[in-house]
Write a protein that binds this ligand. Sequence first.
Ligand SMILES: [Zn+2]
Length: 622
Amino acid sequence: MKSFIRLIPLTILSLFFLISTTIAANSSKLTDVYTYANYDQVVTTHLYLDLNIDFGSMSLAGFAELSLKWLDTNSTEVVLDTRDLVINKILAQNSAGQWQQVSFNLAEHDDVLGAKLTIKTLPNTDKLRIYYHSTPQASGLQWLSPEQTAGKEKPFLFSQNQAIHARSWIPIQDTPSVRVTYTARIITNKDLLVVMSANNEPNTERDGDYFFSMPQAVPAYLIAIAVGDLHFKAMSHQTGVYAEKYILDAAVAEFDDSQAMIDTAEKMYGKYRWGRYDLLILPPSFPFGGMENPRLSFITPTVIAGDKSLVNLIAHELAHSWSGNLVTNETWRDLWLNEGFTSYVENRIMEAVFGKDRAIMEQALDVQGLTTEIIELAPGDTQLYIDLKGRDPDHAFSSVPYTKGQLFLIYLENKFGRERFDAFVLDYFDHHVFKSIGTTKFLKYLKANLTHKYPNIVSDEVLHEWIYKQGLPRYVPKPISTAFSTIDNETLAWLNDETKFSQLLTSDWTLHEWLYFINNLPLNINIDKMTILDNKFDLTHSKNAEITHAWYLLSIRVGYDAIYPAMFKYLMTIGRRKLIVPLYKELADTKEGKAWALNVYIKARLGYHSLARGTIDAILNK
Ligand SMILES: [Zn+2]
Protein backbone atom coordinates (compact mmCIF):
# COMPACT_ATOMS: atom_id res chain seq x y z
CA MET A 1 0.00 0.00 0.00
CA LYS A 2 1.18 3.54 -0.58
CA SER A 3 0.19 6.64 1.27
CA PHE A 4 0.69 6.06 4.87
CA ILE A 5 -0.93 8.35 7.31
CA ARG A 6 -0.25 7.81 10.90
CA LEU A 7 -3.47 7.21 12.75
CA ILE A 8 -4.39 9.50 15.55
CA PRO A 9 -2.87 8.81 18.96
CA LEU A 10 -5.13 6.94 21.30
CA THR A 11 -8.20 8.78 22.37
CA ILE A 12 -9.82 7.90 25.65
CA LEU A 13 -12.27 5.78 23.74
CA SER A 14 -9.67 3.74 21.92
CA LEU A 15 -7.71 3.40 25.15
CA PHE A 16 -10.70 1.51 26.44
CA PHE A 17 -10.60 -0.77 23.40
CA LEU A 18 -6.89 -1.24 23.89
CA ILE A 19 -7.38 -2.50 27.40
CA SER A 20 -10.11 -4.82 26.29
CA THR A 21 -8.14 -6.30 23.42
CA THR A 22 -4.59 -6.66 24.63
CA ILE A 23 -5.09 -10.37 24.98
CA ALA A 24 -3.87 -12.27 21.96
CA ALA A 25 -6.65 -13.54 19.75
CA ASN A 26 -5.25 -17.01 19.37
CA SER A 27 -3.07 -19.41 21.31
CA SER A 28 0.51 -18.36 22.01
CA LYS A 29 2.00 -20.86 19.55
CA LEU A 30 0.79 -18.72 16.68
CA THR A 31 2.64 -15.58 15.75
CA ASP A 32 -0.21 -13.47 14.37
CA VAL A 33 -2.28 -12.00 17.19
CA TYR A 34 -4.66 -10.34 14.73
CA THR A 35 -6.51 -13.47 13.75
CA TYR A 36 -8.76 -15.80 15.67
CA ALA A 37 -7.93 -18.60 13.19
CA ASN A 38 -6.49 -21.87 14.54
CA TYR A 39 -4.15 -22.01 11.57
CA ASP A 40 -1.72 -24.26 13.42
CA GLN A 41 -4.41 -26.97 13.21
CA VAL A 42 -6.09 -26.36 9.90
CA VAL A 43 -5.44 -24.11 6.90
CA THR A 44 -7.60 -23.04 4.00
CA THR A 45 -6.01 -23.88 0.67
CA HIS A 46 -8.69 -22.67 -1.75
CA LEU A 47 -11.62 -20.28 -1.55
CA TYR A 48 -14.65 -20.21 -3.81
CA LEU A 49 -16.89 -17.16 -3.51
CA ASP A 50 -20.43 -17.20 -4.85
CA LEU A 51 -21.80 -13.74 -4.24
CA ASN A 52 -24.54 -11.45 -5.36
CA ILE A 53 -23.81 -7.73 -5.16
CA ASP A 54 -26.82 -5.69 -4.13
CA PHE A 55 -26.32 -1.94 -4.26
CA GLY A 56 -29.79 -1.31 -2.80
CA SER A 57 -29.05 -3.04 0.51
CA MET A 58 -25.27 -2.39 0.28
CA SER A 59 -24.59 -6.05 0.79
CA LEU A 60 -22.75 -9.02 -0.69
CA ALA A 61 -24.80 -12.18 -0.20
CA GLY A 62 -24.18 -15.83 -1.01
CA PHE A 63 -21.65 -18.31 0.23
CA ALA A 64 -17.93 -18.86 0.70
CA GLU A 65 -16.62 -22.38 0.21
CA LEU A 66 -13.33 -23.14 1.96
CA SER A 67 -11.17 -26.15 1.05
CA LEU A 68 -9.33 -27.34 4.13
CA LYS A 69 -6.03 -28.98 4.86
CA TRP A 70 -5.78 -30.43 8.37
CA LEU A 71 -2.44 -30.11 10.12
CA ASP A 72 -3.81 -31.58 13.36
CA THR A 73 -6.13 -34.47 12.54
CA ASN A 74 -7.42 -34.60 16.13
CA SER A 75 -8.86 -31.14 15.84
CA THR A 76 -12.62 -30.88 15.26
CA GLU A 77 -13.15 -27.18 14.87
CA VAL A 78 -12.37 -24.47 12.39
CA VAL A 79 -12.07 -20.91 13.69
CA LEU A 80 -12.52 -18.06 11.22
CA ASP A 81 -12.39 -14.29 11.33
CA THR A 82 -15.51 -12.24 10.63
CA ARG A 83 -16.59 -8.66 11.24
CA ASP A 84 -20.17 -7.41 10.95
CA LEU A 85 -21.21 -10.49 8.92
CA VAL A 86 -24.57 -12.22 9.23
CA ILE A 87 -24.07 -15.99 9.11
CA ASN A 88 -27.12 -17.95 7.99
CA LYS A 89 -25.99 -21.56 7.96
CA ILE A 90 -22.86 -23.66 7.50
CA LEU A 91 -22.48 -26.95 5.65
CA ALA A 92 -19.54 -29.33 5.90
CA GLN A 93 -18.49 -31.85 3.27
CA ASN A 94 -16.66 -35.01 4.19
CA SER A 95 -14.17 -36.88 2.02
CA ALA A 96 -17.01 -39.05 0.65
CA GLY A 97 -18.52 -35.89 -0.81
CA GLN A 98 -21.56 -35.69 1.50
CA TRP A 99 -22.77 -32.30 2.73
CA GLN A 100 -24.25 -31.84 6.17
CA GLN A 101 -25.29 -28.86 8.22
CA VAL A 102 -22.98 -28.20 11.20
CA SER A 103 -23.25 -26.03 14.29
CA PHE A 104 -21.33 -22.84 14.82
CA ASN A 105 -20.87 -20.06 17.31
CA LEU A 106 -20.42 -16.41 16.44
CA ALA A 107 -18.82 -14.68 19.41
CA GLU A 108 -19.34 -11.11 20.57
CA HIS A 109 -17.92 -8.32 18.44
CA ASP A 110 -14.47 -7.02 19.33
CA ASP A 111 -13.65 -3.55 18.03
CA VAL A 112 -10.25 -4.49 16.66
CA LEU A 113 -10.65 -8.14 15.72
CA GLY A 114 -14.30 -8.50 14.80
CA ALA A 115 -16.27 -11.61 15.78
CA LYS A 116 -14.73 -15.06 16.18
CA LEU A 117 -16.60 -17.74 14.22
CA THR A 118 -16.13 -21.23 15.64
CA ILE A 119 -17.40 -24.11 13.49
CA LYS A 120 -17.79 -27.64 14.81
CA THR A 121 -16.75 -29.96 12.01
CA LEU A 122 -17.33 -33.58 11.21
CA PRO A 123 -14.45 -36.06 11.01
CA ASN A 124 -12.68 -35.78 7.64
CA THR A 125 -14.27 -32.48 6.72
CA ASP A 126 -12.74 -31.39 3.42
CA LYS A 127 -14.82 -28.35 2.70
CA LEU A 128 -17.01 -25.84 4.47
CA ARG A 129 -19.73 -23.78 2.89
CA ILE A 130 -20.67 -20.67 4.83
CA TYR A 131 -23.89 -18.93 3.78
CA TYR A 132 -23.77 -15.29 4.81
CA HIS A 133 -24.17 -11.70 3.85
CA SER A 134 -22.15 -8.59 4.56
CA THR A 135 -23.69 -5.46 6.09
CA PRO A 136 -23.49 -1.79 5.05
CA GLN A 137 -20.94 -1.06 7.77
CA ALA A 138 -18.37 -3.52 6.30
CA SER A 139 -15.05 -1.81 6.99
CA GLY A 140 -13.45 -3.31 3.87
CA LEU A 141 -16.04 -2.06 1.38
CA GLN A 142 -16.96 1.38 0.14
CA TRP A 143 -20.30 1.76 -1.60
CA LEU A 144 -20.64 4.87 -3.74
CA SER A 145 -23.95 6.15 -5.04
CA PRO A 146 -24.09 7.26 -8.70
CA GLU A 147 -23.80 10.91 -7.57
CA GLN A 148 -20.50 10.08 -5.87
CA THR A 149 -18.94 8.87 -9.13
CA ALA A 150 -17.62 10.94 -12.00
CA GLY A 151 -20.18 9.59 -14.47
CA LYS A 152 -23.06 10.28 -12.01
CA GLU A 153 -25.17 7.50 -13.55
CA LYS A 154 -24.03 4.21 -12.07
CA PRO A 155 -22.96 3.13 -8.59
CA PHE A 156 -19.48 1.95 -7.65
CA LEU A 157 -18.14 -0.50 -5.08
CA PHE A 158 -14.56 -1.27 -4.13
CA SER A 159 -12.81 -3.27 -1.43
CA GLN A 160 -9.75 -2.39 0.64
CA ASN A 161 -8.77 -5.44 2.70
CA GLN A 162 -5.39 -4.48 4.12
CA ALA A 163 -4.77 -4.82 6.99
CA ILE A 164 -7.60 -6.95 8.47
CA HIS A 165 -10.72 -5.87 6.59
CA ALA A 166 -11.16 -9.00 4.42
CA ARG A 167 -13.15 -10.45 7.31
CA SER A 168 -15.79 -7.75 6.89
CA TRP A 169 -16.93 -9.30 3.60
CA ILE A 170 -15.53 -12.85 3.64
CA PRO A 171 -15.51 -15.31 6.55
CA ILE A 172 -11.88 -16.35 6.31
CA GLN A 173 -8.55 -17.01 8.04
CA ASP A 174 -7.60 -13.36 7.85
CA THR A 175 -3.87 -13.51 8.43
CA PRO A 176 -0.95 -12.88 6.05
CA SER A 177 0.43 -16.23 7.27
CA VAL A 178 -2.21 -18.21 5.35
CA ARG A 179 -2.48 -18.14 1.53
CA VAL A 180 -5.31 -19.36 -0.68
CA THR A 181 -5.95 -19.71 -4.36
CA TYR A 182 -9.43 -18.51 -5.21
CA THR A 183 -12.24 -18.65 -7.73
CA ALA A 184 -15.40 -16.59 -7.72
CA ARG A 185 -18.75 -16.16 -9.39
CA ILE A 186 -20.08 -12.65 -8.90
CA ILE A 187 -23.53 -11.48 -9.98
CA THR A 188 -24.46 -7.81 -10.21
CA ASN A 189 -26.35 -5.25 -12.31
CA LYS A 190 -26.11 -6.09 -16.02
CA ASP A 191 -24.62 -2.74 -16.96
CA LEU A 192 -21.72 -2.91 -14.52
CA LEU A 193 -18.33 -4.54 -14.88
CA VAL A 194 -16.76 -6.50 -12.02
CA VAL A 195 -12.98 -6.84 -11.66
CA MET A 196 -11.00 -8.77 -9.06
CA SER A 197 -7.37 -9.38 -8.11
CA ALA A 198 -7.55 -12.35 -10.47
CA ASN A 199 -7.72 -13.17 -14.18
CA ASN A 200 -9.55 -10.14 -15.56
CA GLU A 201 -10.17 -10.66 -19.26
CA PRO A 202 -10.03 -7.37 -21.16
CA ASN A 203 -12.79 -8.52 -23.54
CA THR A 204 -15.24 -9.83 -20.95
CA GLU A 205 -18.85 -9.52 -22.04
CA ARG A 206 -20.68 -7.04 -19.81
CA ASP A 207 -23.67 -9.13 -18.65
CA GLY A 208 -23.70 -8.90 -14.86
CA ASP A 209 -22.48 -12.49 -14.38
CA TYR A 210 -18.71 -12.87 -13.95
CA PHE A 211 -16.27 -15.67 -13.19
CA PHE A 212 -12.79 -15.25 -11.81
CA SER A 213 -9.86 -17.49 -11.09
CA MET A 214 -6.72 -16.67 -9.14
CA PRO A 215 -4.33 -19.61 -9.47
CA GLN A 216 -1.53 -18.05 -7.41
CA ALA A 217 -2.03 -18.39 -3.66
CA VAL A 218 -2.50 -15.06 -1.87
CA PRO A 219 -3.24 -14.00 1.70
CA ALA A 220 -6.73 -12.69 2.46
CA TYR A 221 -5.61 -9.06 2.42
CA LEU A 222 -4.87 -9.36 -1.31
CA ILE A 223 -8.32 -10.59 -2.34
CA ALA A 224 -9.98 -7.61 -3.95
CA ILE A 225 -13.11 -6.66 -5.84
CA ALA A 226 -14.42 -3.56 -7.59
CA VAL A 227 -17.62 -2.94 -9.52
CA GLY A 228 -18.65 0.04 -11.56
CA ASP A 229 -19.08 1.58 -14.97
CA LEU A 230 -15.59 0.44 -15.87
CA HIS A 231 -13.96 0.37 -19.27
CA PHE A 232 -10.66 -1.08 -20.38
CA LYS A 233 -7.86 0.22 -22.54
CA ALA A 234 -4.61 -1.61 -23.21
CA MET A 235 -1.21 0.06 -22.66
CA SER A 236 0.92 -2.86 -23.87
CA HIS A 237 0.58 -6.60 -24.43
CA GLN A 238 0.72 -7.19 -20.66
CA THR A 239 -0.65 -3.99 -19.14
CA GLY A 240 -3.83 -1.96 -19.31
CA VAL A 241 -6.16 0.33 -17.41
CA TYR A 242 -9.69 -0.16 -16.06
CA ALA A 243 -11.40 3.11 -15.26
CA GLU A 244 -14.53 5.19 -15.63
CA LYS A 245 -14.59 6.69 -19.11
CA TYR A 246 -13.85 10.28 -18.05
CA ILE A 247 -10.33 9.40 -16.99
CA LEU A 248 -9.44 6.34 -19.08
CA ASP A 249 -7.38 8.06 -21.78
CA ALA A 250 -5.62 10.33 -19.30
CA ALA A 251 -4.68 7.32 -17.16
CA VAL A 252 -3.33 5.41 -20.15
CA ALA A 253 -1.19 8.41 -21.16
CA GLU A 254 0.05 8.91 -17.59
CA PHE A 255 0.97 5.30 -16.89
CA ASP A 256 2.17 4.03 -20.24
CA ASP A 257 5.63 3.37 -18.79
CA SER A 258 4.22 0.44 -16.80
CA GLN A 259 5.57 -2.13 -19.26
CA ALA A 260 9.05 -0.56 -19.08
CA MET A 261 8.81 -0.73 -15.29
CA ILE A 262 7.94 -4.45 -15.40
CA ASP A 263 10.77 -5.20 -17.84
CA THR A 264 13.22 -3.29 -15.64
CA ALA A 265 12.10 -4.96 -12.42
CA GLU A 266 12.34 -8.41 -14.03
CA LYS A 267 15.95 -7.75 -15.00
CA MET A 268 16.84 -6.92 -11.40
CA TYR A 269 14.58 -9.15 -9.33
CA GLY A 270 13.49 -12.09 -11.47
CA LYS A 271 10.41 -13.02 -13.38
CA TYR A 272 7.07 -11.27 -12.85
CA ARG A 273 5.02 -14.30 -11.79
CA TRP A 274 1.44 -13.03 -11.98
CA GLY A 275 0.55 -12.95 -15.68
CA ARG A 276 -1.10 -9.62 -16.55
CA TYR A 277 -0.50 -6.36 -14.73
CA ASP A 278 -3.43 -3.97 -14.97
CA LEU A 279 -4.36 -0.80 -13.13
CA LEU A 280 -7.77 0.08 -11.77
CA ILE A 281 -8.41 3.80 -11.34
CA LEU A 282 -10.76 4.31 -8.42
CA PRO A 283 -12.98 7.26 -7.55
CA PRO A 284 -11.22 10.09 -5.66
CA SER A 285 -12.60 8.84 -2.32
CA PHE A 286 -10.14 5.91 -2.35
CA PRO A 287 -8.35 6.48 0.97
CA PHE A 288 -4.87 5.44 -0.22
CA GLY A 289 -2.46 6.19 -3.02
CA GLY A 290 -2.55 2.65 -4.25
CA MET A 291 -3.17 -0.91 -3.16
CA GLU A 292 -1.07 -3.70 -4.57
CA ASN A 293 -3.88 -6.14 -5.31
CA PRO A 294 -2.17 -8.79 -7.45
CA ARG A 295 -2.63 -8.53 -11.24
CA LEU A 296 -4.71 -5.38 -10.66
CA SER A 297 -3.27 -2.52 -8.60
CA PHE A 298 -5.94 -0.17 -7.24
CA ILE A 299 -4.87 3.44 -7.87
CA THR A 300 -6.05 6.87 -6.73
CA PRO A 301 -6.88 9.29 -9.56
CA THR A 302 -4.98 12.01 -7.67
CA VAL A 303 -1.69 10.82 -9.19
CA ILE A 304 -2.86 11.53 -12.72
CA ALA A 305 -1.07 14.86 -12.98
CA GLY A 306 -0.64 15.05 -16.75
CA ASP A 307 3.17 14.96 -16.64
CA LYS A 308 4.02 11.54 -15.14
CA SER A 309 5.42 13.33 -12.09
CA LEU A 310 3.71 11.01 -9.59
CA VAL A 311 4.17 7.67 -11.34
CA ASN A 312 6.49 6.41 -8.62
CA LEU A 313 3.20 5.24 -7.13
CA ILE A 314 2.89 2.73 -9.98
CA ALA A 315 6.50 1.66 -9.46
CA HIS A 316 5.60 1.14 -5.80
CA GLU A 317 2.51 -0.99 -6.40
CA LEU A 318 4.30 -2.96 -9.12
CA ALA A 319 7.27 -3.55 -6.78
CA HIS A 320 4.85 -5.28 -4.41
CA SER A 321 4.57 -8.02 -7.06
CA TRP A 322 7.90 -9.15 -5.58
CA SER A 323 7.99 -7.78 -2.03
CA GLY A 324 4.68 -8.27 -0.28
CA ASN A 325 2.67 -10.27 -2.76
CA LEU A 326 5.31 -12.89 -3.59
CA VAL A 327 7.20 -12.74 -0.28
CA THR A 328 4.75 -11.66 2.38
CA ASN A 329 5.12 -10.28 5.89
CA GLU A 330 4.04 -12.95 8.34
CA THR A 331 2.21 -10.56 10.67
CA TRP A 332 1.47 -6.82 10.64
CA ARG A 333 4.34 -6.25 13.10
CA ASP A 334 6.61 -7.30 10.20
CA LEU A 335 5.07 -4.74 7.84
CA TRP A 336 8.49 -3.18 7.21
CA LEU A 337 9.46 -6.32 5.28
CA ASN A 338 6.64 -5.58 2.84
CA GLU A 339 6.93 -1.81 2.69
CA GLY A 340 10.65 -1.23 3.26
CA PHE A 341 11.61 -3.63 0.48
CA THR A 342 8.88 -2.23 -1.76
CA SER A 343 10.00 1.37 -1.24
CA TYR A 344 13.55 0.28 -2.03
CA VAL A 345 12.55 -1.62 -5.18
CA GLU A 346 10.24 1.25 -6.22
CA ASN A 347 13.14 3.66 -6.10
CA ARG A 348 15.38 1.29 -8.05
CA ILE A 349 12.73 1.02 -10.76
CA MET A 350 12.42 4.82 -10.85
CA GLU A 351 16.18 5.18 -11.15
CA ALA A 352 16.32 2.70 -14.04
CA VAL A 353 13.38 4.18 -15.96
CA PHE A 354 13.61 7.91 -15.11
CA GLY A 355 17.22 8.41 -14.06
CA LYS A 356 19.32 8.82 -10.94
CA ASP A 357 18.52 12.51 -10.29
CA ARG A 358 14.82 11.91 -9.97
CA ALA A 359 15.32 8.80 -7.83
CA ILE A 360 17.54 10.74 -5.41
CA MET A 361 15.04 13.62 -5.21
CA GLU A 362 12.28 11.16 -4.35
CA GLN A 363 14.48 9.60 -1.67
CA ALA A 364 15.35 13.01 -0.21
CA LEU A 365 11.69 14.10 -0.04
CA ASP A 366 10.74 10.85 1.67
CA VAL A 367 13.56 11.21 4.19
CA GLN A 368 12.39 14.75 5.00
CA GLY A 369 8.91 13.36 5.61
CA LEU A 370 10.30 10.60 7.82
CA THR A 371 12.43 12.99 9.88
CA THR A 372 9.43 15.23 10.53
CA GLU A 373 7.11 12.36 11.36
CA ILE A 374 9.49 10.49 13.63
CA ILE A 375 9.50 13.43 16.07
CA GLU A 376 5.75 13.11 16.54
CA LEU A 377 5.55 9.32 16.73
CA ALA A 378 5.40 7.34 19.96
CA PRO A 379 8.93 5.94 20.50
CA GLY A 380 7.77 2.32 20.04
CA ASP A 381 6.37 3.22 16.63
CA THR A 382 9.81 4.29 15.38
CA GLN A 383 11.14 0.71 15.43
CA LEU A 384 11.06 -1.28 12.22
CA TYR A 385 9.77 -4.25 14.18
CA ILE A 386 6.91 -2.19 15.59
CA ASP A 387 5.29 -2.92 18.91
CA LEU A 388 1.58 -2.66 18.17
CA LYS A 389 0.48 -3.58 21.67
CA GLY A 390 -2.97 -4.78 20.65
CA ARG A 391 -3.82 -1.69 18.61
CA ASP A 392 -5.56 -1.99 15.27
CA PRO A 393 -2.88 -3.07 12.77
CA ASP A 394 -3.84 -0.08 10.60
CA HIS A 395 -1.69 1.79 13.15
CA ALA A 396 1.43 0.08 11.78
CA PHE A 397 1.32 2.38 8.73
CA SER A 398 3.66 5.36 9.12
CA SER A 399 6.72 6.40 7.14
CA VAL A 400 8.83 4.20 9.46
CA PRO A 401 8.18 0.79 7.80
CA TYR A 402 8.43 2.50 4.38
CA THR A 403 11.27 4.97 4.49
CA LYS A 404 13.30 3.78 7.49
CA GLY A 405 12.97 0.27 6.00
CA GLN A 406 14.18 1.58 2.63
CA LEU A 407 17.09 3.43 4.28
CA PHE A 408 18.18 0.23 6.01
CA LEU A 409 18.36 -1.52 2.63
CA ILE A 410 20.16 1.45 1.03
CA TYR A 411 22.64 1.26 3.92
CA LEU A 412 23.26 -2.43 3.18
CA GLU A 413 23.58 -1.70 -0.54
CA ASN A 414 26.16 1.01 0.18
CA LYS A 415 28.12 -1.28 2.49
CA PHE A 416 28.18 -4.40 0.32
CA GLY A 417 28.06 -2.81 -3.10
CA ARG A 418 25.20 -2.96 -5.55
CA GLU A 419 26.32 -6.15 -7.26
CA ARG A 420 26.38 -8.24 -4.09
CA PHE A 421 23.29 -6.64 -2.65
CA ASP A 422 21.23 -7.11 -5.82
CA ALA A 423 22.20 -10.79 -5.90
CA PHE A 424 21.13 -11.10 -2.26
CA VAL A 425 17.72 -9.51 -2.89
CA LEU A 426 17.11 -11.66 -5.98
CA ASP A 427 17.91 -14.81 -3.97
CA TYR A 428 15.78 -13.62 -1.06
CA PHE A 429 12.76 -13.31 -3.33
CA ASP A 430 13.48 -16.63 -5.05
CA HIS A 431 13.86 -18.50 -1.78
CA HIS A 432 10.58 -17.30 -0.34
CA VAL A 433 8.21 -17.25 -3.31
CA PHE A 434 4.56 -17.51 -2.26
CA LYS A 435 5.59 -17.74 1.39
CA SER A 436 5.28 -15.53 4.43
CA ILE A 437 8.28 -14.52 6.51
CA GLY A 438 8.72 -12.74 9.84
CA THR A 439 11.44 -10.41 11.10
CA THR A 440 13.33 -13.05 13.12
CA LYS A 441 13.52 -15.45 10.21
CA PHE A 442 14.51 -12.64 7.86
CA LEU A 443 17.35 -11.57 10.14
CA LYS A 444 18.67 -15.14 10.21
CA TYR A 445 18.50 -15.27 6.41
CA LEU A 446 20.21 -11.89 6.09
CA LYS A 447 23.09 -12.95 8.29
CA ALA A 448 23.57 -16.31 6.53
CA ASN A 449 23.38 -14.90 3.03
CA LEU A 450 24.94 -11.47 3.29
CA THR A 451 26.48 -10.12 6.47
CA HIS A 452 28.19 -13.34 7.60
CA LYS A 453 28.92 -14.40 4.05
CA TYR A 454 30.99 -11.23 3.62
CA PRO A 455 32.18 -10.78 7.21
CA ASN A 456 33.49 -7.69 9.01
CA ILE A 457 31.46 -5.23 6.96
CA VAL A 458 28.25 -4.92 9.00
CA SER A 459 28.09 -6.31 12.54
CA ASP A 460 25.16 -8.13 14.16
CA GLU A 461 24.84 -5.20 16.58
CA VAL A 462 24.29 -2.77 13.72
CA LEU A 463 21.61 -5.00 12.19
CA HIS A 464 19.98 -5.23 15.58
CA GLU A 465 19.99 -1.47 15.99
CA TRP A 466 18.33 -0.94 12.61
CA ILE A 467 15.57 -3.44 13.25
CA TYR A 468 14.81 -3.29 16.96
CA LYS A 469 15.93 0.14 18.16
CA GLN A 470 13.92 3.34 18.14
CA GLY A 471 14.64 6.41 16.03
CA LEU A 472 17.25 6.61 13.28
CA PRO A 473 20.78 5.23 13.66
CA ARG A 474 23.55 7.86 13.49
CA TYR A 475 24.92 6.21 10.34
CA VAL A 476 21.65 6.53 8.44
CA PRO A 477 22.25 7.28 4.72
CA LYS A 478 21.50 10.88 3.76
CA PRO A 479 20.42 11.20 0.14
CA ILE A 480 21.68 14.49 -1.22
CA SER A 481 20.18 16.07 -4.30
CA THR A 482 22.26 18.82 -5.90
CA ALA A 483 19.08 20.26 -7.41
CA PHE A 484 17.69 20.71 -3.90
CA SER A 485 20.89 22.35 -2.67
CA THR A 486 20.59 24.88 -5.51
CA ILE A 487 17.00 25.62 -4.45
CA ASP A 488 18.14 26.15 -0.85
CA ASN A 489 20.59 28.83 -1.99
CA GLU A 490 18.17 30.56 -4.36
CA THR A 491 15.35 30.55 -1.83
CA LEU A 492 17.49 31.97 0.95
CA ALA A 493 18.71 34.81 -1.24
CA TRP A 494 15.12 35.65 -2.27
CA LEU A 495 13.77 35.51 1.28
CA ASN A 496 16.57 37.81 2.43
CA ASP A 497 15.79 40.20 -0.43
CA GLU A 498 19.28 39.73 -1.83
CA THR A 499 17.83 38.66 -5.17
CA LYS A 500 14.63 39.47 -7.01
CA PHE A 501 11.72 37.08 -7.33
CA SER A 502 12.36 36.79 -11.07
CA GLN A 503 15.76 35.31 -10.30
CA LEU A 504 14.22 32.14 -8.86
CA LEU A 505 14.99 29.69 -11.65
CA THR A 506 11.60 28.02 -11.57
CA SER A 507 11.08 27.54 -15.28
CA ASP A 508 12.55 24.06 -15.40
CA TRP A 509 11.63 22.91 -11.93
CA THR A 510 10.11 19.45 -11.75
CA LEU A 511 7.33 18.54 -9.36
CA HIS A 512 9.93 17.33 -6.89
CA GLU A 513 11.73 20.65 -6.91
CA TRP A 514 8.47 22.49 -6.41
CA LEU A 515 7.55 20.25 -3.48
CA TYR A 516 10.95 20.72 -1.92
CA PHE A 517 10.72 24.49 -2.37
CA ILE A 518 7.25 24.77 -0.80
CA ASN A 519 7.96 22.30 2.00
CA ASN A 520 11.04 24.24 3.02
CA LEU A 521 9.69 27.78 3.00
CA PRO A 522 9.95 29.19 6.54
CA LEU A 523 6.87 29.71 8.71
CA ASN A 524 7.77 33.38 9.15
CA ILE A 525 7.56 34.07 5.40
CA ASN A 526 5.65 37.31 4.92
CA ILE A 527 2.25 37.23 3.30
CA ASP A 528 3.40 39.55 0.49
CA LYS A 529 5.83 36.90 -0.65
CA MET A 530 3.12 34.23 -0.49
CA THR A 531 0.89 36.47 -2.60
CA ILE A 532 3.64 37.08 -5.15
CA LEU A 533 4.20 33.34 -5.49
CA ASP A 534 0.52 32.60 -5.88
CA ASN A 535 -0.08 35.39 -8.39
CA LYS A 536 2.75 34.15 -10.54
CA PHE A 537 2.26 30.37 -10.31
CA ASP A 538 -1.37 29.98 -9.17
CA LEU A 539 -0.30 27.34 -6.66
CA THR A 540 -3.72 27.55 -5.02
CA HIS A 541 -5.23 26.01 -8.15
CA SER A 542 -2.39 23.72 -9.24
CA LYS A 543 -3.56 20.67 -11.15
CA ASN A 544 -1.05 18.60 -9.23
CA ALA A 545 -2.74 17.36 -6.05
CA GLU A 546 0.60 17.03 -4.22
CA ILE A 547 1.55 20.65 -4.94
CA THR A 548 -1.80 22.01 -3.79
CA HIS A 549 -1.55 19.85 -0.67
CA ALA A 550 1.89 21.23 0.22
CA TRP A 551 0.80 24.80 -0.58
CA TYR A 552 -2.41 24.57 1.49
CA LEU A 553 -0.51 23.14 4.43
CA LEU A 554 1.99 25.99 4.34
CA SER A 555 -0.77 28.56 3.82
CA ILE A 556 -2.73 27.38 6.87
CA ARG A 557 0.43 27.55 8.95
CA VAL A 558 1.45 31.05 7.85
CA GLY A 559 -2.07 32.51 7.66
CA TYR A 560 -2.37 32.99 3.90
CA ASP A 561 -6.16 33.01 3.55
CA ALA A 562 -6.64 33.17 -0.22
CA ILE A 563 -6.58 29.37 -0.41
CA TYR A 564 -9.80 28.67 1.48
CA PRO A 565 -12.37 28.54 -1.37
CA ALA A 566 -10.10 26.24 -3.41
CA MET A 567 -9.22 24.12 -0.38
CA PHE A 568 -12.93 23.69 0.30
CA LYS A 569 -13.39 22.14 -3.15
CA TYR A 570 -10.28 20.00 -2.67
CA LEU A 571 -11.53 18.55 0.62
CA MET A 572 -14.96 17.96 -0.91
CA THR A 573 -13.62 15.94 -3.84
CA ILE A 574 -10.56 14.07 -2.60
CA GLY A 575 -10.69 11.33 0.03
CA ARG A 576 -7.06 10.17 -0.09
CA ARG A 577 -5.86 10.28 3.49
CA LYS A 578 -2.32 11.38 2.73
CA LEU A 579 -3.69 14.52 1.08
CA ILE A 580 -6.52 15.47 3.44
CA VAL A 581 -5.65 14.26 6.95
CA PRO A 582 -2.66 16.62 7.46
CA LEU A 583 -4.85 19.56 6.37
CA TYR A 584 -7.59 18.71 8.88
CA LYS A 585 -4.94 18.24 11.55
CA GLU A 586 -3.34 21.59 10.84
CA LEU A 587 -6.73 23.35 10.74
CA ALA A 588 -7.74 21.77 14.05
CA ASP A 589 -4.83 23.54 15.76
CA THR A 590 -6.67 26.86 15.94
CA LYS A 591 -10.21 27.65 17.05
CA GLU A 592 -11.20 29.37 13.80
CA GLY A 593 -9.47 26.73 11.70
CA LYS A 594 -11.27 23.96 13.50
CA ALA A 595 -14.65 25.64 13.08
CA TRP A 596 -13.99 26.01 9.34
CA ALA A 597 -12.81 22.38 9.10
CA LEU A 598 -15.88 21.08 10.91
CA ASN A 599 -18.12 22.98 8.55
CA VAL A 600 -16.42 21.38 5.53
CA TYR A 601 -16.25 17.97 7.12
CA ILE A 602 -19.98 17.83 7.80
CA LYS A 603 -20.50 18.15 4.05
CA ALA A 604 -17.59 15.98 2.93
CA ARG A 605 -17.78 13.14 5.43
CA LEU A 606 -20.32 10.99 3.61
CA GLY A 607 -18.09 10.87 0.56
CA TYR A 608 -15.05 9.69 2.52
CA HIS A 609 -14.06 6.06 3.08
CA SER A 610 -14.64 4.71 6.60
CA LEU A 611 -10.86 4.57 7.16
CA ALA A 612 -10.56 8.29 6.44
CA ARG A 613 -13.64 9.07 8.52
CA GLY A 614 -12.26 7.24 11.55
CA THR A 615 -9.06 9.27 11.42
CA ILE A 616 -10.72 12.65 10.86
CA ASP A 617 -13.48 11.98 13.41
CA ALA A 618 -10.74 11.62 15.99
CA ILE A 619 -8.96 14.82 14.87
CA LEU A 620 -12.11 16.91 15.06
CA ASN A 621 -13.51 15.07 18.12
CA LYS A 622 -16.64 14.19 16.23
ZN1 LIG B 1 3.20 -0.43 -0.28
